[in-house]
Ligand binder design. Structure first.
Ligand code: SF4
Length: 484
């Protein structure tokens, strides 16, 4: 038993920086022989290859199988044997999931594989999208410098009535087998739609767990009074654009916004505690270049919010990095050391001051805090897929327009209308819009700059579909994608 645990440990950490691949190979060799997978002679060579495979896919989840085979320098039949053995040793799978890029596997790829949506996209099957984003906001009170929205562009107020009727019909139409099938975001700010509470109530009544992505500027007591349905949300995820009024003004262009957002969140804390509402509350925080040390102040801010309702502390925080503007998206050595130190300090302070807080470090920060670089997915127009992936996700705006990518659903965005595949309307359901696009062989030839219509999720999905396609073309259809 002790021996088994030692093997499990040595192998499961073999993808981490500083681990000892030779020790992992030796432990694995012993395991392969005692479990009867291989003879001692075969296991001697295979163990080293299997550890290398775990390290390749723990760091680079989108590596085509043929590329991995060439890195190992083995022929196809030996490689097939290695893949078969890899599949029956759970510690090797754990090693990939624990690797520097493990979050790609555990947060996105494996859950979507389990739903079969990648296969549906590859085979051009007209299935209902796994995830539907509702973009109900007619406008936004901020003008964030990084936001793609067109200044001044908004949906006319007169679109609200018909738009909300359309959303209500859409909610009624969505199959209930996936409670997380919908989320509310933008596009513009969802809380600028006065009918949002009713829509949330309607969706919750059908068993859906909706997360609202909001800047929380309009999450006032008046909004909560008028839109009681908002209490039926599963979670409120607030994008935080700074930790004081000056930072907010620099990012959003709005004065005194931080004070108002903070007051809104504190009130929300107190009310949900007093009303014993199950809705979760969390923050989304982008770590800007050179601002890693602000993470410590973020913990203080969260502790202040917690003080407003000590029995209902904040549930989660999602940290995201901003690597934009760097060549190849890579950090300089000094920036990396600085950020690593900041993350260590953040972890310690969270443990001390806000111990119940769940922290999601995302793809890149997670690996950085483990001392390695995650593979950064960079889709370019030439690697975009003209058929996109409506089987995985679509977004619907206030006019009923169905968009293929998450950053395309802004009014007046040049070129974005090419990524609208139809309109949900009284005579047309979302099912029909998707079906028509897929069965008619709909394609959008990518143009320069189109990659900015994709968010991180869209990019990961695209990279995975490209990988699966290459593996299949290379004759590895049954093993496509390495882990599934
Ligand atoms: S990023 Fe969000 S909050 Fe900022 S301007 Fe764009 S829609 Fe508004």
């Amino acid at each position: 038993m002790v021996r088994q645990e030692a093997v499990a440990n040595a192998v499961a950490v073999c993808t981490l920086p500083g681990s000892d691949p030779a020790a992992a190979s030796e432990a694995l060799r012993h395991e392969l022989v005692t479990a009867g997978h291989m003879t001692d002679a075969d296991a001697r060579e295979a163990a080293g290859h299997l550890v290398r495979l775990a390290r390749i896919y723990g760091a680079g989840p989108f590596t085509p199988l043929e590329k991995a085979r060439h890195q190992l320098g083995v022929d196809r039949s030996a490689f097939r044997r290695l893949l078969d053995v890899f599949g029956v040793v759970p510690q090797l799978r754990s090693a990939v999931e624990n690797g520097p890029s493990g979050k790609y596997w555990t947060n996105t790829l494996l859950p979507l594989e389990r739903k079969g949506v990648f296969d549906a996209a590859l085979h051009h099957k007209p299935v209902f999208p796994y995830s539907v984003g509702l973009y109900p906001g007619p406008t936004c009170m901020f003008r964030c410098h990084f936001c793609v929205r067109v200044t001044g562009a908004r949906y006319d107020h007169s679109a609200l009535d018909d738009g909300n009727k359309m959303f209500a019909a859409l909610i009624d139409d969505i199959p209930t087998d996936n409670p997380d099938a919908m989320y509310v975001s933008g596009g513009l700010e969802p809380l600028t739609n006065p009918g949002l509470g009713s829509l949330v109530r309607r969706a919750a009544g059908r068993g859906f767990r909706l997360t609202l992505y909001t800047n929380a500027f309009a999450l006032t007591d008046r909004t909560l009074e008028r839109q009681g349905g908002l209490w039926r949300l599963h979670a409120v995820r607030t994008s935080l654009y700074g930790l004081n009024d000056a930072e907010y003004a620099a990012t959003t262009g709005k004065k005194a916004a931080f004070g108002r957002v903070k007051a809104n969140l504190e009130r929300f804390q107190r009310l949900r505690s007093a009303r014993a509402e199950p809705v979760k509350l969390g923050l989304n925080y982008i770590v800007l270049p050179g601002r890693g040390r602000r993470l410590l102040d973020l913990v203080d801010f969260i502790a202040e919010l917690n003080a407003a309702a000590p029995d209902r502390p904040l549930d989660f925080v999602t940290l995201r990095e901003d690597y934009s503007g760097r060549p190849d998206g890579l950090l300089s050595g000094a920036e990396r050391a600085d950020l690593q130190e900041a993350l260590t300090g953040f972890r310690e302070k969270v443990a001390a001051r806000t111990p119940t807080l769940h922290v999601d470090y995302g793809y890149a920060l997670n690996s950085l805090s483990a001392g390695a670089d995650a593979e950064l997915v960079r889709i370019r127009p030439e690697t975009m897929r003209p058929t996109a992936h409506p089987q995985v996700a679509v977004q619907v705006d206030l006019l009923g327009d169905v968009y293929l990518y998450r950053e395309a659903g802004f009014p007046g965005l040049p070129g974005a209308d090419r990524y609208s595949i139809g309109k949900v309307s009284p005579g047309t359901t979302l099912t029909q819009v998707v079906e028509r696009f897929v069965t008619s062989g709909g394609q959008i030839p990518p143009a320069e700059g189109d990659e900015y219509f994709m968010d991180g999720f869209d990019q990961v999905v695209t990279a995975r579909l490209n990988q699966l396609e290459v593996d299949t073309a290379d004759g590895w259809a049954d093993q496509r994608g390495f882990l599934r």
